[in-house]
Design a protein around this ligand. Structure first.
Ligand SMILES: C[S@@+](CC[C@H](N)C(=O)[O-])C[C@H]1O[C@@H](n2cnc3c(N)ncnc32)[C@H](O)[C@@H]1O
Length: 293
């Protein structure tokens, strides 16, 4: 595949021979151990990926829609990897970029990444510096604060809900999972690029600092002693604190919040998943912000 008006280089997918090499033209690769594909190696190995992505300053976006959103948000493209039968879906991106686009047989993609790349296209994107929390919160009225959520899918789902339900920013406690990890990016459908976020530098003093910025701190908890969410007035600057999958909010954060708030539940379950509690709370506490049409 070659852009209209451009000639295909040697080794390109079309196989036509020309003397000129156009950098953005797709490059066919058939060897999963080719070092040019190193950004995409063993995508299901969380341990390896964490260190590789941190060392290289990259993250992986999956599927043409999400790749487009990452680019639109200003993340630079390092390269793309696409199964040969899916090239058409991202050909325009490849043409518009100087980054290499590697075209591989589906079996090579699977051998390299260790999973079946259903969405066909992967992109390696360059990370950008995370802005300081104070900058992200400067004009924010409604925020979600995640304490130590470790499941990337939950982090992605919370970002998707935040984008949809009028949340201005997401703040992550220092141990919270990386929103740019592949699974979080995928589950969020690119909302991690749309919702401003930052990390609290200091877990211990984090809530006092937020209160100093004028936020009312609401600790979401299934505790039956907490105030039912329907009784909470949705006004002023509010921070919705959501706890980890296992233990929930830490005792320090529960004690440091202004109010404990619960979503009333049937007594047959102990709690909602964090990613299920978040949209209910956001919907109820940022009501003026939804499109009612
Ligand atoms: C899986 S729950 C944690 C359960 C933990 N055993 C607890 O008691 O908090 C993860 C997070 O989702 C939120 N959550 C879950 N159920 C909730 C409910 N009924 N009301 C308010 N928040 C809830 C809380 O922020 C909680 O920390």
């Amino acid at each position: 595949m070659c852009p209209p008006g451009r000639k295909a280089p040697r080794g390109s997918v079309t196989g036509r021979r020309t003397a000129r090499l156009v950098m953005a033209d797709p490059v066919r690769v058939t060897d999963a151990t080719d070092p040019r594909l190193a950004d995409y190696v063993r995508l299901t190995d969380t341990h390896l990926r964490r260190s590789l992505e941190a060392a290289e300053g990259l993250f992986i976006a999956e599927g043409d829609k999400v790749i487009r959103r990452a680019i639109a948000a200003g993340y630079p493209l390092r390269s793309m990897l696409v199964a040969d039968d899916k090239l058409a879906a991202i050909a325009d991106i490849a043409m518009a970029s100087m980054a290499p686009c590697y075209v591989v047989p589906a079996v090579v993609a699977e051998r390299l990444t260790r999973y079946r790349v259903h969405r066909g296209a992967l992109a390696s994107m360059r990370r950008l510096p995370i802005p300081p929390a104070a900058e992200v919160l400067a004009a924010a009225e409604r925020i979600v604060v995640l304490e130590d959520i470790v499941d990337h899918a939950n982090v992605g789902a919370v970002f998707r809900c935040a984008a949809a339900l009028g949340i201005d920013a997401v703040l992550l406690a220092p141990r919270c999972a990386d929103p740019l990890y592949r699974r979080a990016v995928k589950v969020s459908m690119g909302a991690v690029f749309a919702v401003p976020y930052s990390r609290l530098p200091d877990w211990r003093e984090g809530l006092a600092w937020l209160r100093g910025l004028g936020f009312r701190l609401l600790a979401l908890t299934p505790d039956p002693a907490a105030t039912p969410i329907g009784q909470i007035a949705a006004d002023g600057k509010m921070a919705l604190l959501i706890g980890s999958e296992g233990g929930g909010l830490s005792p320090r954060w529960l004690a440091g919040a202004d109010q404990a708030v619960r979503i009333p539940m049937s007594r047959q379950v102990d709690s909602l998943n964090a990613a299920s509690a978040a949209p209910i709370a956001c919907y109820l506490l940022a009501p003026a912000r939804h499109d009612a049409s």
